[in-house]
Design a protein around this ligand. Structure first.
Ligand code: UD1
Length: 381
């Protein structure tokens, strides 16, 4: 018997997470993995370039949803995905991360009762992460997705603890490790080979990488202005390279703040980069300033200082065990000075962040699909 497995991907970080899993499942004669792209990210360099570089085939199903308010985006994914789900009747739906499409597809799958067949098993990859900050849309997406999922694959022990505290039965929780590290190792050769940092005129270990896209940082004009000023000042001390996310680009243009940071010799603004190009810059830099989730993890694994411009993180292990520090804009410059004089502690990679997560997920999938207890449980829903 071949099991039909929908793998949902929507936004840039999702593509990185699904790639090792798709490659691992594709080799199994019992699985038909089907990539469902919701279309949340649609620019060539936010989407197609990632599929190409990660050696993924074009999506089997493309919902073409695009941008909108939270309600618009979430509901449009739901309406479009419901049609695809009913038509295909997958045995399992895998959602990843914490974006609007994650919650939308989990919700659709949780209510899809096929005629003469139970609804699909819902699996969440990167379950259990909590910032405990419900002003973040991603936190709402995480909480709801984890309530709906039948199987919760966590990256680290704090994920298991959060889920247990929320009353998720322990037999639904499987710690598999961090799939982002699989992607990094899978792509290491490509990441190490291009010399983007050299071509862009940087010296190894002598520049910082900046990424910013969280609404809390880039949607508020005053915050964005403070950030731009801080970056300009830091670039006087050390060169910065800043691939700009579309949300950030739009807001920089709308507010005119683009003029504050554009054209500075030591502050390079770039278009969003492909995965190996971006990771090449990270591999060779001396620090990262970010508000991304995945980059907090990648820098911990790579032992590169990471300053996260957020009041909290859903990835506390990167602070406790890794190189990550949560920081306010006003303290950014001082912390950069500390990094430049070398007074920053180093990290060790958390357990199961070893490039073998996809294999553990595949083993778990096989067990779940064969395990009839879970299939009969889910009919109760
Ligand atoms: C989304 C996720 C966030 C994730 C991020 C990674 C949610 C709630 N947020 O945020 O968790 O960290 O992706 O990048 O799901 N846009 C383009 N081209 C694109 C994609 C987006 O121009 O290819 C524009 C949209 O028009 C929109 C803005 O960027 O105005 C934001 O896009 P959206 O997908 O809504 O949220 P992100 O900020 O990317």
């Amino acid at each position: 018997m071949k099991y039909l497995i929908h793998i949902i991907a929507a936004a840039r970080p999702n593509f990185v997470k699904i790639a090792p899993l798709w490659h691992a499942l594709k080799k199994k004669d019992w699985a038909t993995p089907v990539i469902v792209h919701t279309g949340q990210h649609y620019d060539v360099n936010m989407s197609d370039a990632f599929f190409k570089e990660l050696e993924l085939p074009p999506p089997d199903i493309h919902l073409g949803v695009g941008s909108g308010t939270h309600a618009e985006q979430t509901s449009q994914v739901m309406v479009s995905y419901e049609k695809a789900l009913i038509e295909q009747r997958p045995d399992m739906v895998i959602v990843v991360g914490d974006v609007n499409s994650t919650i939308a597809c989990a919700l659709v799958a949780s209510k899809a009762f096929y005629q003469n067949k139970q609804r699909p098993i819902i699996a969440h990859l990167e379950a259990g992460l909590r910032s405990f900050d419900r002003t973040m849309p991603e936190e709402i997406n995480r909480l709801v997705t984890d309530v709906l999922a039948d199987i919760l694959w966590t990256p680290s022990p704090d994920g298991d603890e959060n889920l247990l505290k929320e009353g998720i039965p322990k037999e639904k929780i499987v710690r598999v490790g961090n799939i982002m590290i699989d992607s990094l190792e899978m792509m290491r050769e490509k990441i190490e080979s291009p010399s983007l940092y050299k071509d862009a005129g940087y010296e190894r270990g002598a520049y910082g990488v900046v990424t910013l896209h969280r609404p809390a940082n880039v949607d508020d004009q005053e915050t964005l202005e403070n950030l731009c000023e801080a970056l300009v000042k830091i670039s006087d001390k050390t060169p910065l390279v800043f691939p700009v996310h579309p949300r950030t680009q739009k807001n920089l243009e709308k507010t005119g703040l683009i003029n504050t940071i554009n054209g500075k010799e030591r502050l390079s603004l770039l278009e969003p980069l492909s995965y190996p190009q971006f990771m090449n810059l990270v591999f060779n830099c001396s620090f990262v300033i970010t508000d991304s989730g995945g980059i907090q993890e990648e820098t911990t694994y790579l032992n590169i200082p990471c300053l996260t411009l957020r009041p909290n993180t859903e990835r506390p292990i990167t602070v406790e065990q890794g190189t990550n520090q949560l920081i306010k804009i006003e303290n950014l410059e001082d912390q950069i000075n500390n990094i430049l004089v070398g007074s920053v502690s180093k990290s060790s990679a958390p357990e199961l962040w070893d490039g073998q997560t996809a294999g553990r997920v595949v083993t778990s999938i096989k067990e779940i699909l064969i395990n009839s207890n879970l299939t009969s449980d889910k009919a109760d829903g």
